[in-house]
Ligand binder design. Structure first.
Ligand SMILES: O=C[C@H](O)[C@H](O)COP(=O)(O)O
Ligand SMILES: C=C(OP(=O)(O)O)C(=O)O
Length: 359
């Protein structure tokens, strides 16, 4: 029969519902407590109640679950050592927003060969997130597809809305209903007004259509997310300098948004050169030393090995090197985190952090 529909659809298939996958891979009570506790720690940092620096650290994208676990084990051990002054949250990114075309992340294409076994990708991603939570590391991820959020959000402590989607109503609505603090990136051209608008929007109530636990379509009514905040990622040059922060704070005040800012040391802030992330981090720490209290956290793109590689058809990529943006390697990651720990001790004095460990 002639149809006016699905002209450009090559095929469709059923995907297990969020509820089905979540009950096959449930979050234990202990994991729920860990997620809730770390979300609260992040809120305390964003509120300025805790002087700790949040460091969101990890691969640009995960393409090999075993390497991600090895990375998480190292990061977990280090996070224990620095926890008095730094809250480490691991970047566990499974969805990549592309400028044009490219691999879209482990959830979309877990076999890295354009076979797009999305159901397999969701299982791998959720299993991995649960393992990382069990290890004791809070998880950060980008929420790109609003439906995918239903499959993984319960394991996530900090969410990002990326530069390419911050302006979208869909993502602002999604952010308004997320249970964890959500960071909106500034636009790819470097302007931050769309992020400020996104934050005000996500802090408000919304009604929209989404997918329910059982896979049916439903209407969601949200309360608004009081912990929507900004992430500066640069664009057309860096935007983390003291002059940018001062300018941004005026705009945030005007929009009645609390002054909590995260600086992404990668992307356009490093000119996409992973070796420059340390420069950004050091600048942020200097601003904190100069008395800037709005800088709540930083993001570092880091992997077991430094740099990036291209996926070659028919070849397995090195499991320890990024297949998206270049990352600092483990050695430099450790150095940067330890340097930040020492610097924060110098800035605030050792006693300033006591309340965080005496709980
Ligand atoms: O963080 C990753 C990338 O910067 C983002 O996904 C865009 O990548 P692309 O410009 O290579 O597509
Ligand atoms: C895609 C990312 O960043 P942005 O949205 O800032 O490009 C990312 O952090 O992986």
């Amino acid at each position: 029969m002639k149809s006016s529909n699905n002209i450009n659809i090559a095929s469709r298939s059923v995907l297990s519902s969020p509820g089905a996958i979540r009950s096959e891979l449930p979050l234990s009570l202990d994991a729920v407590m860990k997620v809730m506790d770390s979300r609260q720690e992040i809120c305390d940092i964003l509120d300025g109640k805790s002087k700790r620096l949040m460091m969101i650290v990890g691969p640009c994208s995960i393409h090999n679950p075993d390497s991600a676990i090895e990375y998480a084990e190292r990061l977990r051990a280090l996070s224990e050592e620095v926890k008095e002054r730094i809250l480490i949250v691991m970047r566990v990114y499974f969805e990549k927003p592309r400028t044009t075309l490219g691999w879209k992340g482990l959830i979309y294409d877990p076999d890295l060969n354009a076979s797009y076994n999305i159901e397999k990708g969701i299982f791998i991603a959720r299993r991995l997130m649960l393992k990382i939570v069990d290890l004791g590391l809070p998880v950060a991820t980008e929420m790109l597809d609003p439906i995918i959020a239903q499959y993984i959000a319960d394991a996530v402590s900090w969410a990002a809305i990326g530069a390419r989607t911050t302006e979208a109503q869909t993502h602002r609505q999604l952010g308004s209903g997320l249970s964890m603090p959500v960071g909106f990136k500034n636009a790819t051209d470097g302007s931050f007004q769309i992020a400020i608008d996104a934050i005000s929007t996500a802090r408000s109530e919304h009604s929209f259509i989404g997918v329910l636990e059982d896979g049916h379509v439903g209407v969601f009514r949200t309360r608004g997310n009081p912990y929507a905040h900004i992430v500066l990622r640069g664009g057309g040059g860096p935007n983390y300098g003291a002059e940018h922060i001062a300018f941004l704070k005026v705009a945030m005040k005007k929009a009645k948004i609390p002054p909590a800012i995260i600086v992404d040391c990668s992307h356009a802030n490093s000119g996409k050169d992973y070796r420059k992330q340390g420069i950004v981090l050091r600048d942020v720490l200097s601003q904190i030393a100069d008395g800037e209290t709005a800088l709540a956290g930083v993001m570092l793109e880091s992997n077991l090995q430094p740099g990036a590689q291209k996926i070659k058809p028919g070849e397995k990529p090195d499991p320890c090197i990024s297949i998206t943006d270049g990352c600092v390697g483990w050695e430099e990651t450790e150095e940067l985190i330890r340097m930040s720990y020492d610097r924060l001790g110098e800035i605030y004095g050792r006693d300033a952090f006591k309340t965080n460990t005496e709980e």
